[in-house]
Design a protein around this ligand. Structure first.
Ligand code: GDD
Ligand code: MG
Length: 332
């Protein structure tokens, strides 16, 4: 059977102050109907079972957002590496010969996802490779992982190397060289995941040993936060990439809204139920909840107002909101 794991345990800090610790990105209704999480669960409905994976802090909010889904709560939020090791372990216990299809819940996707997903799942079952889905890049985005393709095998290409979140100069080189973006969507059999993730020197190996002993709590206590990209894909030797040929966007930062929402004559893009008056102001992104924003003589800014918080950032620096949130978090 095909078991979809929808990952819903991240915060999405670059979308502050819309995303906050009590209201993570996947629970926002950005750029469409319903929350990103609801839309992801609906997109996975062709799977034999859909499991939503989240951390304890978001468990109640996730259950409320998708009451029909089965929710798997990991003992502690330690990023996607531990979350997927845990989900894969539980699925291997419950199903015969499952293929795991891992889906982030913070994406905006348009078009038919099922055919490509099924193709990836078949490649995972047939080859025993870890499968990632690749998107053709149209800019040197530093918020994505890059997949360096190797020999073409028809339905997929072998992966020569996987490079998580490069700097801008390196990203430019990767785009020129024809690498894919990692869509963050994966397929694997439990055996393939285990072989790649459980090697003695791999970051997830203490967790995998503890899961084998039936002690997930101890395993999560023993493991450092690490994403599946670093913990598994950058290290794995047997990885395949299946091209994802639908419109896809991580909606990672405020400038991303410009790519999916229509702009008015001044290039202003409005999200949420904010309204805007712009005088001699162009190419700004405005987002907020029930707020009126006035812009005079400013260009290329994101102006965001949620709750009692306001953020102003040049759209070109929108990735740096991550630094701000890290500082706010450190202050508590
Ligand atoms: N269950 C669980 N637990 N889910 C988590 C956790 C956790 O601790 N941390 C993050 N997630 C969820 C997020 O909610 C999101 O749906 C998904 O896992 C991916 O995490 P992100 O934090 O959004 O990752 P990213 O966007 O920075 O990078 C990943 O996705 C990119 C594409 O969007 C990487 O896979 C990149 O290589 C990739 O290009
Ligand atoms: Mg993301």
């Amino acid at each position: 059977p095909l078991v979809a794991v929808v990952l819903a345990g991240g915060v999405g800090s670059r979308l502050y102050p819309a995303s906050r610790r009590h209201r993570p990105k996947q629970l926002l209704a950005l750029g469409g109907e319903g929350t990103l999480l609801e839309r992801t669960v609906a997109r996975a409905d062709f799977a034999d079972e859909v499991v939503v994976s989240t951390r304890p802090a978001f468990a109640d909010a996730v259950r409320e957002a998708v009451p029909e889904a089965s929710v798997l709560v990991e003992p502690a939020g330690k990023d996607t590496g531990p979350a997927l090791a845990y989900a894969t372990h539980r699925i291997a216990e419950r199903f015969d010969d499952p293929v795991v299809l891992a889906l982030p819940s913070d994406h905006h996707v348009e078009g038919e996802f099922e055919p490509t997903a099924q193709r990836g799942a078949r490649v995972a079952a047939r080859t025993g490779s870890l499968v990632t889905f690749g998107v053709d890049p149209d800019r040197p985005d530093t918020g994505y992982g890059y997949v360096e393709p190797g020999p073409d095998r028809g339905a997929y290409a072998e992966v020569a190397a996987f490079h998580e979140k490069p700097d801008a100069e390196t990203a430019r080189r990767y785009v020129e060289a024809g690498y894919y973006w990692n869509a963050g969507i994966f397929a694997w059999t439990p055996a393939a995941f285990r072989e790649a993730a459980g090697a003695a020197d791999a970051p997830l190996s203490p967790l995998i040993d503890a899961l084998d002993r039936g002690d997930p709590e101890a395993g999560f206590a023993a493991v450092d936060p690490v994403s599946v990209d670093y913990a598994v894909f950058e290290r794995a030797t047997d990885v395949a990439v299946v091209p994802l040929d639908i419109a896809w966007d991580d909606l990672g930062s405020w400038d991303a809204l410009r790519r999916i929402l229509p702009a008015d004559g001044d290039g202003t893009v409005v999200a949420g139920d904010a309204s805007v008056r712009a005088v001699d102001a162009t190419n700004n992104v405005v987002a907020g909840d029930d707020v009126h924003v006035s812009l005079v003589g400013v260009d290329d800014l994101a102006v965001v107002a949620y709750d009692d918080r306001i953020l102003v950032v040049p759209t070109a620096a929108a990735q740096r909101v991550r630094e701000l949130v890290a500082e706010l978090d450190a202050e508590g």
